[in-house]
Design a protein around this ligand. Structure first.
Ligand code: GDP
Ligand code: IMO
Ligand code: MG
Length: 437
């Protein structure tokens, strides 16, 4: 690995999440001083495999798995304190102490128990296509309260919890009544239980809560290298994704400045991650989806089951139209392509190179409406496949010629160089390259 301080860098998912960001963050994170989460919450699920150890990280910055790196949960994140403490404890039990290295923004919002209840009740109340298929982690309801303001609870409030007791009691009563009226079920919400768990969590989290934006500015002044970890994926972005089948935050480069609390333009290097095929979990349009034996085979070979919810992921050919749109929207400078090994063994592999909608072919962007995206007929280009186990490949030349041709075609279609290739789930099963030619 090269020496010297790397420039501030951000890793983002280019599709509908689960692109393998965790593994790429873990790989690149080693050289940075601080890792920062700027969006989402415990809806994220990143799997990292190091030797015989497998870790699943949800709320914590993945980079914290490396020792000596400081971690920040920024103001744009929604924090479930109970989940967070469980995650911290689980890592501590495995010999990884993150509590002493973690700072949580006092501006970050708290996911309250009623947010999770509401997430489940509102999803259960919708029928068919109207269900978003959320992770039930209370993400949407918490961000809704953030925008509503009067009913929001922030990490800063946990530092002076007694002052917020009456307000929280009122909010709980209000939600109980609203749930009963809207869903015929008050969610078994009890203020005493909410208060008790909040008090316990606040006590433990207190030393970690601070003004992280100010601290980060000092780190920048001291010449430290910052590493930003995008959660979810750019097609799940609340403004630019496949709305309404999205999450409730700005997941891509656009989210960094506000969500981390750093100056706009600080980050110049954005690494966009995509699998060599596409997956989606939850509802929503997916033009290149394969609802057939090939899709099932990709799911089996790639172990495509959610890290957070265990749900089977929907699988399809790599959607280069959507990836290109994300790259252009985010100013993404390079690509990391994971799971090249998973595509090994198919006679032919497909790439979606165009969207045909109402007789016109589109290659650059997605229609705004979910129903329009649903009507899209994907234009699939088939490339010759490759065989063999790629997990031992250490450099590009170790890869089969057709696998290299696939990666080159992706570069061409997307307009960005591939600098990292994943050939297996383990940390070492990664090829890093400056450019693929
Ligand atoms: P994230 O949410 O983007 O961090 O991705 P997830 O961790 O939810 O899902 C990616 C899955 O793919 C995990 O199970 C990883 O261990 C696995 N993975 C990542 N990169 C590779 C790769 O190059 N090859 C294979 N076979 N598995 C990979
Ligand atoms: P990582 O970081 C995959 C999806 C959910 C659902 C929609 C809204 O592991 O890539 P939410 O609970 O956020 O309100 O759900 O967004 N979703 C993800 N899908 N990976 C994720 O995170 C996701 N985070 C949210 O499945 O369709
Ligand atoms: Mg994931």
């Amino acid at each position: 690995m090269a020496t010297g301080k790397p420039e501030h860098t951000c890793v983002v998912g280019l599709a509908w999440g689960d692109e393998g960001k965790g593994k790429i963050v873990d790989l690149l994170g080693e050289r940075f001083d601080v890792v920062v989460r700027y969006n989402g919450g415990a809806n994220a699920g990143h799997t990292i495999i190091v030797g015989n150890e497998k870790y699943a990280v949800h709320l914590l910055p993945t980079g914290l798995l490396r020792p000596n790196i400081a971690g920040v949960i920024g103001p744009g994140v929604v924090v479930d304190p109970v989940e967070l403490l469980e995650e911290i404890d689980a890592l501590a039990n495995r010999g990884i102490d993150v509590a002493a290295r973690l700072r949580i923004s006092d501006r970050a919002h708290v996911v309250m128990p009623y947010h999770k209840i509401m997430d489940s009740l509102s999803e259960a109340a919708e029928s068919g296509k109207r269900k978003i298929g959320t992770t039930a982690r209370g993400i949407g309801p918490c961000y809704s309260d953030k925008m509503l303001r009067s009913t929001a609870v922030r990490m800063a409030d946990l530092t002076e919890l007694q002052r917020h007791r009456d307000r929280i009691k009122e909010i709980v009563a209000l939600r109980k009544r609203a749930f009963a009226a809207m869903y015929g079920d008050d969610g078994n919400l009890s203020f005493d239980a909410v208060w008790e768990s909040l008090q316990k969590a606040a006590k433990q989290l207190l030393p970690m809560i601070s003004d992280t934006s100010s601290w980060l500015r000092h780190q920048i002044d001291e010449g430290k290298s910052l590493f930003f970890e995008g959660a979810n994926g750019m097609l799940l972005d609340v403004d630019h994704g496949t709305y309404p089948y999205v999450t409730s935050s700005n997941t891509g480069p656009q989210g960094v400045a506000a969500g981390a609390g750093v100056p706009e333009g600080l980050v110049k290097r954005f690494v966009g991650v995509t699998k060599s095929y596409t997956t989606r979990v939850g509802s929503g349009p997916f033009p290149s989806e394969l609802s057939d034996a090939i899709g099932d085979s990709i799911r089996d070979k790639g172990h495509e089951y959610g890290t957070t919810t265990g749900r089977p992921r929907r699988c399809g050919w790599l959607d280069a139209v959507a990836i290109r749109a994300s790259v252009r929207l985010g100013g993404v400078s390079e690509l990391a392509v994971t799971h090249l090994d998973t595509l090994s063994g198919f006679n032919h592999v497909g790439i979606c190179v165009g969207y045909e909608l109402d007789g016109n072919v589109q290659t650059e962007s997605l229609p705004a409406g979910a129903s329009a995206i649903e009507r899209v007929k994907p234009v699939i280009e088939m490339l010759p496949g490759w065989t063999g186990e790629l997990g031992q490949a250490k450099c590009i030349d170790d890869l089969p010629a057709n696998a290299i041709a696939f990666v080159r075609r992706l570069e061409e279609l997307v307009g960005a160089p591939v600098t990292i290739i994943g050939v297996g789930a383990e940390r070492e099963q990664t090829i890093t390259c400056n450019r693929l030619n």
